[in-house]
Design a protein around this ligand. Structure first.
Ligand code: AMP
Ligand code: MG
Length: 335
């Protein structure tokens, strides 16, 4: 398949392609999405093929008009309506009881549907012009980190999709917060830029899915590389948690024994023995913005191990921790 790249000023071909059942990659404020007409089972099936994953994992349906949520959701509780008012368009996905016409291939047979109204203007324009709702997971090959720049999309999906819309880099860099709004209070199933603290202002009962908390506690899974590997670069990732000085000392000592390792620094730092050093900034927001980008860049440098400095802070800390720990297969060293 020949993949055509277009920019934000030439969306018509990509919009028509979506309407006709094709696959279109587009930028959003979170990460790039791999989209297809959410009402077309074959088109949705092709998303899974292009990503190379046999999947029973449901997809998020993207809309570009507030009121379209009523065409997909059967019941919208008050707290969800308020969340939509505050945070849509934006990096918040809400799960509702679905309307009967929403197809099984999108919901993986569940009675619920995940809906998001992205804020990225290119995504909005594309969805509106296509005239369809757009089912879209992240635009990466299965297992690898989500792409946040055009170059990384192209590396994974050139020749596997009809169009790639080249937008700027993605503002946030991590996928949306997924919130179950099908019950009496909001439950975070996947942390993101819309935090628990923000949800708690709308509903005091807001909480994290207990499964999420449990899996965070698993530091050394019995079966590393099996259950938890996601967002993974080719290199092994080792998360090094603790105070700055301890992190520096630990990583420096490890580098003496490995000349083919990279380091992702947090809040600065120098590692003369590292093959390459990439910064994750000074805040959780900056870390989230650059995490997936850096993981892919380390592979470009050919390192076999990445030491990733980490120290959780408020704000997007839960989201960064969730993705970073998964990318490391929960290989974490506390120093
Ligand atoms: P992605 O499309 O890769 O950003 O991932 C979408 C996320 O939303 C996945 O973690 C899905 O498991 C989750 N998701 C989508 N639809 C539902 C649903 N109906 N119920 C629960 N989780 C969902
Ligand atoms: Mg994904």
């Amino acid at each position: 398949m020949k993949t055509v790249t277009v920019d934000k000023n030439n969306l018509e071909g990509a919009a028509v392609c979506l309407r006709n059942g094709g696959l279109v990659v587009f930028p959003t404020e979170t990460v790039y999405g791999l989209g297809a007409d959410a009402s077309n089972p074959q088109a949705v099936e092709n998303i899974y093929k292009a990503k190379g994953r046999p999947s029973d994992n449901p997809l998020i349906v993207h809309i570009a008009n507030f009121d379209d949520v009523y065409k997909l959701a059967r019941e919208i509780p008050d707290f969800a309506a308020e969340l939509m008012e505050r945070y849509w368009p934006g990096p918040l996905t809400l799960i509702f009881k679905k309307q009967p016409h929403v197809i099984d291939r999108v919901t993986a047979g569940l009675d619920t549907v995940a809906v998001r109204y992205p804020s990225n203007p290119i995504a909005n324009e594309l969805i509106r012009r296509s005239g369809v709702f757009v089912a879209a997971p992240s635009a990466n090959l299965s297992g690898s980190p989500s792409p946040t720049v055009y170059r990384h999309v192209k590396a994974d999906l050139d020749g596997r999709v009809d169009y790639i819309v080249n937008g700027e880099g993605c503002e946030i860099g991590l996928e949306s917060t997924v919130v179950d709004a099908s019950g009496d209070f909001p439950v975070i199933l996947r942390p993101g830029a819309i935090t628990l603290e923000m949800l708690s202002k709308v509903h005091p009962g807001a909480c994290m899915d207990p499964a999420l908390l449990d899996s965070d506690k698993v530091e050394k899974p019995k079966c590393p590389g099996m259950k938890y590997i996601h967002y993974s670069p080719k290199a092994d990732v080792i998360v090094v948690c603790g105070e700055k000085q301890n992190r520096t000392e630990y990583i420096s000592s490890q580098l003496k024994a490995n000349s083919n390792a990279g380091v992702m620094t947090f809040c600065g730092g120098e590692y003369p023995d590292a093959k390459c050093t990439l910064s994750a900034g000074n805040t959780m927001q900056e870390y989230g913005h650059i995490l997936f980008y850096n993981l892919r860049e380390f592979d470009g440098h050919g390192v076999d191990t990445v030491y990733a400095e980490f120290e959780i802070q408020d704000g997007m800390g839960d989201a960064v921790k969730n993705r970073l720990y998964k990318s490391a297969g929960f290989n974490i060293v506390n120093v």
